[in-house]
Design a binder for this molecule. Structure first.
Ligand SMILES: *Cc1c(COP(=O)(O)O)cnc(C)c1O
Length: 357
């Protein structure tokens, strides 16, 4: 039996979108492939309210995180670390031999614009890495305020944003935020099967990249920019993923982002109310994610045990991430999941744990 995914990625994929993964291969330099590339890029630009270049990558999101590391700085990165994914970005900089410092934020709390201002005021950095929605802690960082500080007070510092678990749940305006890059995999709120990632990039980030040495091959901004202009891949792309994404983007744009965001908010509200009554929330108040709820495991429940019982009903939730395993558990309400399904899940958990509000 298929277990419905209430985990923060991968998420449920609609059957008609999944069916696109079986399209027959065509040449990746063919007119059909180029037309598909043009279509997907155009829809992603609409989704992000931008005409900036959009890169398509046959990799998971982490590949494009590494791309930002390889291309994004001529001086020193500042990585905001408020959880495991922020830490991944910081470690990537180190592993690639790039100068970088971590701006440590207590896990479960949000990055405050004031702390960023203080760090950037040192003049040490020309690029900052921010995780919008920290999937490991369930905290959504205040991106608008963060972006305003960088854009208005440090216009020469480039801002790279991991929006892996927020894009297509939060209505993100790439140009208004003034970002230099925003990346996401397709398997989270975009709700496509895993295997592809996308990134909007501002032209000035491509210009800077031209000056960066040893950008490598697969994640070179300049090479991707040239491919973008031809609406083709840098190498052989996964056209089936592009076809699936193309259809799913139609559905997202048809639902419209304001409606989609409101749907995510409603699911988050419901899950938070449930969690507050029976457990407690892990994130600090006011910064809870709208795509997943991280619950403080105040009753010391065995999450694997709970998942075994949920499996019998055809659902699965997530344990805490990394060092938060056991201490927290996570219920995702992301992508194509609906409020009625969240209600059904919460009812099952009550039944299994013999809880009531
Ligand atoms: C899932 C996730 C990633 C990693 O994504 P992959 O596609 O597995 O590489 C990175 N950042 C955040 C915030 C995530 O939620």
């Amino acid at each position: 039996m298929h277990k419905r995914l209430f985990i923060p990625g991968p998420t449920e994929v609609l059957p008609e979108v999944r069916a696109k993964l079986t399209i027959p291969p065509v040449g990746h330099r063919s007119a059909e492939a180029t037309a598909l590339g043009r279509s997907v890029v155009g829809k992603l630009q609409r989704l992000l309210h931008t005409e900036s270049p959009v890169f398509l990558s046959t990799s998971s999101s982490s590949g494009l995180m590494e791309a930002c590391i390889r291309n994004g700085s001529l001086k020193r990165f500042l990585a905001a670390v408020s959880g495991a994914f922020g830490d991944r970005w910081y470690q990537m900089a180190r592993l690639n031999g790039k100068p970088a410092d971590a701006l440590e934020v207590e896990w479960g709390t949000a990055l405050r614009p004031g702390r960023l201002r203080e760090a950037l005021s040192t003049g040490r950095y020309d690029a900052v890495l921010v995780t919008h929605n920290e999937t490991s802690t369930g905290v959504m960082n205040p991106l608008e305020e963060i972006a305003a500080v960088v854009r208005e007070e440090f216009p020469d510092v480039f801002l790279f944003v991991d929006a892996v678990s927020s894009l297509a749940a939060v209505d993100l305006d790439f140009d208004a935020l003034g970002l230099d890059a925003l990346l996401a995999g397709v398997q989270k709120a975009l709700a496509v099967s895993p295997g592809m990632a996308i990134m909007a990039v501002r032209e000035r980030a491509v210009e800077r990249a031209r000056q960066v040495e040893n950008r490598g091959f697969y994640f070179d901004f300049v090479r991707h920019y040239d491919a973008f202009q031809k609406r083709q891949g840098i190498t052989t792309p996964s056209l089936p993923h592009m076809a699936a994404l193309d259809l799913q983007l139609d559905r997202i744009l048809e639902e419209t982002m304001p409606v989609r965001e409101a749907r995510h908010r409603a699911m988050a509200d419901r899950t938070r109310d449930w969690a507050r009554e029976r457990f407690a929330l892990f994130p600090e108040a006011g910064y809870e994610s709208i795509t997943l709820t991280a619950v403080r495991n105040t009753r010391g429940i065995d999450v694997s045990d709970l998942n075994r019982r949920l499996a019998e009903r055809g659902a699965v939730i997530s344990d805490g991430y990394g060092r938060l395993k056991g201490e927290t558990f996570r219920i995702a309400h992301m992508g194509e999941i609906r409020l009625e399904e969240v209600d059904e899940l919460l009812g099952w958990i009550d039944e299994i744990l013999e809880l009531s509000g």
